[in-house]
Design a protein around this ligand. Structure first.
Ligand code: TRP
Length: 442
């Protein structure tokens, strides 16, 4: 069996790199804007604390227990459960749109060199032209994103994934904190702070709760074996529960920092926060252009940070399936990487087509473009469902004595974790599912 080890810091950085991604900088601010700010943030923090962190610890434990790809790990728990390990393929489904979005970011880096849009209508037009008319350009940038990701996955745990994260993660943090310091000097910083942290309860809905739970899985990279796979490649001496807390802390911190930056700039230039997925691609470029010279520079830094966050997450979305194919079918890493990469790259083209003006209707089902179908089925269905499988396997199937490593790490907190993994997390997800299928109205 193929087993390469991360260094201790390499593991921590790579796991933070997996968690901190487009989910934090692109998605978190726009869903927070859509659901009205503070109350959503509070619900999100509570779900991270009670559902997210406990499943994160469970996934790390499973990885450390199985020391292999997700399929082999579940097989080690119980041979009949090996099918659960196929959750590794959730990552490829996510990549069909994730890689396309990284491609958009690359396109924006390229186009912003030629100048920024000066009005919202101009920016809207640019974004609509990109996703509606420019199929070839999007395929080109989706291909570029794919090649970069595959290059690092092909390098393996140490020479590929660890190296990428050792450089990009510190750089990402420096850039984001630099922009945060700048936003701090702007008068609207206080308003952004209030928007994020003062809960307006009247704006809260059950839908916001569902989105918060779904997003807590996505943002912590749970429910597809990414964390299992990374934790399989770490020395037994590493303290799992402490690492999980560090990862959740940085993931949440960076989402909040991104939110503070984006809302400060939005309010400063009189924009509305509820802009949806176009927030980063439509509102931000206009704001940057209104800032003059410094805006041009900030825009480039912001987009580069976004690209870096996306790439370090993308490698973790591909690696579990690659490792599975290497271990099970004896492929070389190179062949496995090309094979798994081609699958999501190819399907990604249909995600692109589903947004285009000419082919969109053909590649939509039940009135929804394929792009959105891939996004919502993973985020609202497959990730929470796989997360609950992980919770049940660790909470009920694994023998209690196998949990000694983490119970000695956690001390008194262990019993709280054990309750949340056995009861709180599964119940939260069951509510989510019942609501999703319209069986109950929350
Ligand atoms: N967490 C990443 C983000 O916030 C996305 C991601 C990476 C992911 N690996 C994952 C999501 C595994 C679910 C499962 O953008």
């Amino acid at each position: 069996m193929n087993r390469e080890l991360f260094s201790k810091w390499g593991f921590i950085l790579a796991t933070i790199g997996s968690a901190v991604g487009l989910g934090n900088i692109w998605k978190f601010p726009y869903i927070t804007g859509e659901y009205g700010g503070g109350a959503f943030v509070l619900i999100y923090l509570i779900t991270i604390l009670f559902v997210g962190i406990s499943i994160l610890i469970a996934e790390m434990f499973l990885g450390n227990f199985g020391k292999s790809d997700p399929v082999t790990t579940f097989e080690k728990v119980n041979p009949s459960m090996r099918w659960f390990g196929l959750m590794a393929f959730n990552g490829l489904i996510i990549m069909t749109f994730y890689s396309v979005v990284i491609g958009w970011i690359f396109y924006y880096i390229y186009s912003s060199i030629n100048g920024l849009p000066t009005s919202v209508s101009e920016a809207e037009k640019e974004f609509k032209t990109l996703i509606g008319d420019s199929v070839a350009i999007q395929i080109a940038f989706h291909t570029l994103a794919t090649l970069i990701v595959l290059h690092f996955v092909n390098g393996g745990i140490k020479e590929g994934i660890e190296k990428l994260n050792r450089i990009l993660m510190p750089a990402l943090m420096v850039i984001l904190f630099g922009i945060l310091l700048y936003s701090f000097t702007l008068p609207s910083f206080g308003k952004a702070f209030e928007f994020l942290f003062y809960p307006h309860w009247e704006k809260l809905s059950s839908e916001a709760f569902i989105r918060a739970v779904g997003h807590s899985f996505f943002t912590l990279s749970l429910g597809m074996g990414a964390i299992i796979t990374y934790s399989a490649s770490v020395s037994d001496r590493v303290n799992i529960s402490k690492t999980a807390l560090i990862v959740a802390f940085f993931d949440t911190l960076i989402a909040l920092v991104a939110g503070l930056i984006i809302f400060t700039l939005l309010f400063q230039f009189g924009e509305e926060p509820s802009k949806g997925p176009g927030l980063v691609f439509i509102s931000m470029p206009v704001i940057f252009s209104q800032m003059g010279g410094v805006g041009y520079f900030l825009s480039l830094l912001f987009l580069i940070a976004l690209a870096m966050a996306g790439l370090t997450s993308a490698v973790s979305l591909v690696e579990p399936a690659v490792l599975y194919v290497i271990n099970r079918f004896g492929l070389t890493r190179f062949k496995a990487t090309i094979l798994m990469g081609s699958i999501y790259w190819f399907i990604g083209i249909f995600a692109i087509l589903s947004y285009s003006n000419s082919y969109g209707e053909f590649w939509s089902f039940f009135g929804k473009p394929l792009f959105d179908i891939f996004e919502t089925t993973t985020d609202s269905l497959l990730l929470p469902l796989s997360g609950v499988i992980i919770a049940v396997v660790v909470g009920y199937i694994i023998k209690r004595e196998n949990l000694n490593k983490i119970s000695s790490e956690m001390g008194g907190v262990f019993s709280i974790w054990y309750i949340s993994i056995r009861f709180i997390a599964p119940i939260a997800v069951i509510f989510l599912m019942l609501n999703l299928f319209g069986i109950i109205e929350l």
